[in-house]
Design a binder for this molecule. Structure first.
Ligand code: HEC
Length: 198
């Protein structure tokens, strides 16, 4: 009777120790992704990111790329710290550590200018970043239902954007930061670009 009691207690202690160890590892893993110093050079050719359905994902920490891709592929769930998400070359969302900005669920929104010379950050922030069409990033993305962690896609609850999948694919292919020969748009695609004002 007494023996059993001791064994249980020991097992309990071991369990507690293991939990503590796991918690510490988790903390270390969280703090390892440094999102405090995001700069233009952290953004690159969109096609070097991972394509998931219509958009592209990556992580500032190469070891966490697959964790980000897993959430994107599953469609629901909270994106890990350091996640980088893009639909077009000039707009980005980056995930900061939990608690960084409760309103945006720790996402920071970026509006970029991209060229062969690289990336320039024009605007960045949380609830107040407005894109070149006058739309507030947060204002739209906050309408995604909670299980989608502010990712809009289609059918997640956001207001639609006037850009068709054909247009976004074209903008992705034409990202001027990508290495190799520039993609040559067809006549029809040139018309699309004109409509976009590019
Ligand atoms: C009018 C509403 C609206 C505004 C304003 C807006 N977005 Fe979006 N955004 C969307 C919708 C809708 C999609 C999904 C489009 C699709 O998949 O066809 C999207 C897609 C995205 C994606 C790809 C992941 C996803 O959510 O599907 C990113 C990243 C993104 N937007 C960032 C931004 C940033 C950064 C800004 C501001 C600079 C911004 N958006 C402004 C509605 C908006």
């Amino acid at each position: 009777m007494k023996l059993t009691k001791i064994r249980l207690t020991r097992r309990g202690k071991m369990g507690f120790g293991l939990l503590l160890l796991l918690a510490m590892q988790q903390l270390r893993a969280e703090s390892a992704t440094d999102t405090g110093e995001i700069q233009a050079s952290d953004f690159k050719c969109m096609l070097d990111m991972q394509a998931v359905r219509g958009f592209y994902v990556d992580n500032l920490d190469p070891d966490k790329r697959s964790d980000t891709a897993a959430v994107a592929e599953r469609e629901t769930g909270v994106y890990p710290v350091g996640s980088v998400v893009q639909l077009v070359p000039t707009e980005v969302m980056v995930k900061h550590p939990r608690g960084f900005n409760a309103a945006t669920r720790d996402w920071e929104f970026f509006e970029l200018t991209v060229s062969e010379a690289g990336t320039r950050i024009d605007k960045r922030g949380f609830v107040d970043v407005v894109n070149r069409f006058g739309g507030n990033c947060f204002g739209c993305h906050v309408k995604a239902r909670p299980e989608f962690d502010m990712i809009c896609e289609t059918g997640h609850g956001c207001d639609p954007i006037p850009i068709t999948p054909q247009m976004t694919q074209l903008l992705q292919k034409m990202d001027p930061r990508c290495a190799g020969p520039r993609y040559q748009p067809t006549q029809e695609e040139l018309q699309l670009l004109k409509q976009l004002g590019g």
